[in-house]
Design a protein around this ligand. Structure first.
Ligand SMILES: Nc1ncnc2c1ncn2[C@@H]1O[C@H](COP(=O)(O)OP(=O)(O)OP(=O)(O)O)[C@@H](O)[C@H]1O
Length: 588
């Protein structure tokens, strides 16, 4: 019964985001029309990188494509539901071009006008659906009642000695990821082969980044265009290229590159067919070599890291593991994981309201917590990230005041960092910059995401002041819950050379990560006091607790205090931090 409900809601979740007409897709920015292919290269570990530009002018029309998005390529005039020429992942974006990584170069149609559509990740969908079918015949939740739950001081030894399932729960900064890394290191020493997964690519990359300095034999399985640049060296494709089979595969790729170039220039139909045939043969040969090379890399790795759905990759078929670790399990769809997390941080992202209402939003982590009641409410309580003032709001609001700050971080200040001066910008731990009454109303973009230009300017100004006081740009992060605001902030950053290493992202891009200084741009500013999903406690909990030494909140207090939860947040900042009006925080 449970699986039938899931199957229905899963389909609902897949179809709810679909656009019904081309006009609507254009309006939503989920389609780019009138493109021509201007370059084809073999790169990024054997993928075909095709660059597209507008047939009409220099700059691409406004769109909502982002790096890592799954896209499909179609002839310009094809019907909305028609089969694509190919499916790929956005690899590079410029104002005037978009580069997509394809597994294979599309066979036909590259010489005619083209369009790109944002696509659903069908591989993920198919894998989840297959898993659900398999689970429906063998799922017995009650057998999961036996598991361990413990405090961090015992966490590593208990995890190492537990026979079946071990569940680790901890509020922000209490060292869950650090503990997972330590467990992996110790298990590797004991000769275990480990599969480490998480719901999102970024959470997997966090573990890879922390393991790399320990020189563990590891491999990160996943599409290279979707990985953080810092972990590309550990990617399966990179390791395959460094393997024994790689020199032959390299020669094949060089040949393919030359042929791809020739294909673009050739007009004669027969010659084009011959080239395509040759490319097909080469591509097959390369793939066979790759299968062997991939098997070698997986076999020789002690730790394999991938997303939950990536773990169902054919590349891992036939490999067995001694230990499976699921990081950020509280953010994972139950179907996707069969355990570490915090159910008071980000929940899974679900597109369909119907799917969420019918139970897709519930995670295995929550289910286990509920099933076992008080037995499982123990949690790690000492955190090693935040100044006490930053931590206390989250602790009181979400964890019954149970979190403590370790003395090594409880009073650490921004100006304690090497090279940072004590200034009016670096002295406060909490800053509230109020845009109320400053004529900085929110706006909607074409896809209904919200932005606030005035607020973005204030956030950038504060970041510049921090840098002037000696804070490294790479130690600063700006988080906004709205994608349109993130895009706007990134555009503003591109004009500020000194801020180029500052990270700007939505909340999801920051889960599991931290920065010395975090600036939050809340965006909402309207007379109706509408706050949308800002009132999601779990989301705001993640945002505030990414900050180690300073948390700066930029918002319209008149608007956001319309919500009781946000009102308490504002009052906390007013009471314990520095209050400034945006009018006195002029642009520089
Ligand atoms: N025992 C420890 N001693 C000193 N520092 C620690 C210890 N454990 C963790 N840390 C540091 O505390 C910070 C937070 O750790 P970590 O990222 O592992 O926490 P987390 O529980 O996974 O956080 P979150 O869920 O909020 O992302 C990191 O900077 C980490 O290096």
């Amino acid at each position: 019964m449970y699986s039938v409900v899931f199957m229905t809601v899963l389909s609902a979740s897949m179809t709810s985001g679909a656009t019904r007409t081309l006009d609507a897709a254009l309006k939503k920015g989920s389609t780019i029309l009138n493109l021509k292919c201007v370059d084809a290269q073999t790169g990024l570990m054997g993928k075909s990188l095709l660059e597209f530009q507008s047939t009409k002018g220099d700059v691409l029309l406004a769109h909502k494509f982002g790096i890592h998005d799954v896209v499909v390529l179609k002839p310009n005039k094809a019907d909305l539901g028609s089969p694509p020429l190919g499916q790929g992942v956005v690899y590079r974006l410029k104002d005037s071009s978009i580069t997509v990584a394809f597994d294979d170069i599309p066979e036909e149609g590259l010489n005619s006008p083209l369009r790109l559509e944002k696509g659903a990740n069908e591989v993920t969908y198919r894998r989840i659906k297959d898993t659900l079918i398999q689970l429906s015949s063998c799922l017995h939740f009650r057998t999961l009642k036996q598991f361990l739950f413990c405090f961090k001081k015992d966490a590593i030894s208990k995890a190492l000695s537990s026979k079946n399932i071990f569940l680790l729960h901890g509020p922000p900064g209490t060292g869950k990821t650090t503990t997972v890394v330590e467990i992996i290191l110790q298990e590797v020493k004991r000769g275990s082969k480990i599969l480490a997964c998480a719901a999102s690519n970024i959470a997997v990359d966090n573990i890879v980044e922390r393991l790399v300095p320990h020189r563990v034999k590891l491999v990160r399985v996943g599409h290279p265009a979707r990985l953080l640049p810092q972990v590309l060296d550990s990617a399966l494709d990179a390791r395959v290229l460094r393997g024994d089979n790689s020199s032959l595969a390299n020669d094949i790729r060089k040949e393919m590159k030359a042929l791809n170039g020739k294909l673009l220039k050739t007009k004669d139909k027969n010659s084009r067919r011959d080239i395509r045939r040759e490319l097909k043969t080469l591509s097959k040969e390369e793939r066979e070599r790759q299968v062997l090379a991939v098997a070698d890399v997986i076999k020789s790795s002690d730790v394999v890291l991938t997303t939950l759905t990536g773990a169902l990759s054919r590349k891992l078929e036939g490999t067995s593991f001694d230990l499976v670790i699921i990081d950020e399990a509280a953010q994972a769809l139950e179907i996707a994981c069969w355990i570490k997390g915090d159910h008071l941080q980000l929940p899974p992202t679900i597109q369909s309201v119907e799917a969420e209402e019918k139970g897709l939003g519930r995670t295995l982590f929550e289910r286990l917590t509920d099933l076992c009641g008080d037995e499982v409410t123990s949690m790690l309580t000492v955190q090693y990230r935040m100044h006490e003032l930053i931590m206390t709001w989250s602790s009181k609001e979400l964890y019954n005041s149970k979190i403590e700050a370790h003395p090594c971080v409880a009073a650490h200040m921004l100006y304690d960092l090497e090279g940072v001066k004590k200034s009016s910008s670096t002295k406060p731990t909490l800053i509230l910059i109020d845009i109320a009454g400053c004529d900085m109303e929110e706006k909607k973009d074409e896809e209904d995401s919200r932005m606030n230009e005035g607020e973005a300017e204030v956030a950038i100004t504060h970041a510049k002041r921090l840098v002037q006081s000696g804070v490294q740009a790479s130690d600063i992060g700006i988080i906004s819950p709205y994608t349109a605001q993130v895009v706007l902030l990134k555009m503003m950053r591109s004009n500020e050379d000194k801020l180029k290493d500052m990270e700007i992202s939505t909340v999801d891009g920051f889960q599991g990560r931290e920065k010395e200084a975090i600036i939050i741009s809340m965006v909402r500013s309207n007379s109706k006091k509408e706050v949308g999903f800002l009132s999601d406690r779990r989301r705001m909990n993640v945002v505030v607790t990414r900050a180690r030494r300073q948390c700066c909140l930029v918002c319209d207090t008149e608007t956001v205090t319309g919500d009781g939860f946000l009102k308490r947040l504002i009052e906390y900042f007013e009471e314990h931090g520095e209050y400034l009006s945006a009018s006195k925080y002029g642009n520089e």
